[in-house]
Design a protein. Structure first.
Length: 92
């Protein structure tokens, strides 16, 4: 009975799906794109400190920006790190 009530409450959406073959039956694509952020909220509670949380936020922003611009984050970050100047440590 619950399944029938569920369908009846969403009747207009169901009819729209049946009439237009281009409409996806679910929103898994969007949910999968949102999942890292939702999981991150719980993980960021344990960043250790405000500064640690800020660093995690900066890294996540950089990774997502590389994805949005069509780059592979690991490759981009590796290339960027290899181009940074190396500061030599004094001999002890």
């Amino acid at each position: 009975m619950k399944a029938i009530d569920y369908s009846l409450n969403r009747w207009s959406a169901l009819i729209h799906y049946c009439e237009d073959g281009a409409v996806p039956i679910d929103n898994n694509l969007i949910e999968n794109q949102m999942r890292p952020c939702a999981l991150g909220h719980k993980n960021w509670l344990f960043a250790g400190s405000l500064r640690g949380g800020q660093r995690a936020s900066a890294v996540m922003s950089l990774i997502q920006s590389t994805k949005l611009n069509g780059y592979e984050p690991y490759v981009y970050l590796s290339d960027t790190q290899n181009r940074l100047p190396i500061k030599k440590q004094p001999d002890r």
